[in-house]
Design a protein around this ligand. Structure first.
Ligand code: AMP
Length: 305
């Protein structure tokens, strides 16, 4: 009877159903979150943390997968942080869908979602000013004044609340990773910052919550950004750093839907512009492109040969 294939299939379907319908805990308040995390810590479990602004996609889920492999109890935060938006329109447009995010996280290794309101994170305005020196004076830091100060405010606040053993960030936001590492170092926070690779759509476009704001024509043309970066990687023998930068910008701007804000080839550690291919260290080409009102970023590594 037990080995009856129909029973086996039914059992399997039942397990699958239970797995996908286990109710995901969505916590709104810091006290409730900390009560749960205190118990987990007392049980000896390590805490993994994935901070996000929601509108989740496979890029976020890859961070959750990494967190599940490296820690025992995974917390994902979903919080659209107002202090990191230097453009009010961008904040208003930013996609939000907690229900869908919860559904996406339910079958993953995420065990708890922390989705606070703004007042919970900032009962009073956060007036802290961070100084990241040269790291914040280039690229995103230069073109989005105040952005990294807001990122540091929210991430340090979330780290204080969650006290994770390890926190997971994507290389898609390459400069953000460097800023967070520097913040952890400066504040002497006891957290391991783990960097995870960029996840791309099948045509190469870097996944981003903002991609869903693109019209079908914009989405079709946005692939030109990653395609150009991939082409650029193979041109280091024929073009100097400066020539290649100009080539990338010209090539992307040929497309009527795209307008490059910056393209810089920087040292992977210092984030300072590279002058010569022979300079030491790996180099990363970082780009920001406007596609209509939507601003997209991407980057590619130029490995030292
Ligand atoms: P966000 O919700 O955009 O603030 O992103 C939350 C985290 O997900 C950040 O650490 C991002 O770097 C990471 N992330 C976003 N998009 C991707 C992607 N395409 N691949 C890998 N990580 C990503």
């Amino acid at each position: 009877m037990i080995s009856d294939p129909a029973v086996i299939v039914l059992n399997y379907l039942f397990t699958l159903h239970a797995h996908f319908h286990t109710k995901m805990q969505v916590i709104k308040h810091i006290n409730d979150l900390q009560t749960i995390l205190d118990v987990k810590r007392k049980e000896g479990l390590s805490i993994g943390f994935v901070p996000t602004m929601g509108a989740l996609h496979e890029g976020h889920l890859s961070l959750v997968r990494n967190a599940g492999q490296q820690t025992d109890f995974v917390v994902v935060s979903i919080f659209v942080n107002p202090t990191q938006f230097n453009d009010k329109g961008d904040l208003e447009r930013y996609p939000r869908d907690l229900r869908k995010d919860t559904q996406l996280l339910t079958p993953t290794s995420c065990q708890l979602i922390f989705a606070p309101e703004v007042d919970e994170i900032y009962p009073e305005p956060d007036t802290r000013q961070f100084n990241f020196g040269p790291l914040e004076q280039v690229m995103e830091g230069k073109f989005r004044p105040g952005h990294f100060n807001g990122v540091a405010q929210v991430v340090s606040r979330l780290f204080d609340i969650v006290c994770p053993d390890k926190a997971f960030f994507g290389q898609k936001d390459f400069q953000q990773l460097a800023i967070i590492r520097e913040m952890v170092r400066k504040l002497k926070l006891p957290v391991d910052v783990i960097s995870c690779p960029i996840i791309r759509e099948t045509d190469g476009l870097a996944m981003s919550s903002r991609n869903m704001l693109l019209t079908p024509e914009q989405r079709h043309n946005a692939v030109h950004i990653s395609a150009t970066l991939f082409e650029a990687v193979n041109k280091t023998a024929e073009l100097s750093v400066e020539e290649l930068c100009r080539w990338v910008v010209a090539r992307i701007n040929e497309n009527e839907y795209l307008n490059t804000e910056y393209f810089e080839i920087v040292n992977e550690e210092s984030l300072q512009p590279v002058r010569n291919w022979k300079d030491a260290g790996n180099k990363v080409g970082c780009i920001a492109v406007h596609c209509g009102k939507i601003r997209l970023i991407d980057n590619v590594v130029f490995r030292n040969t």
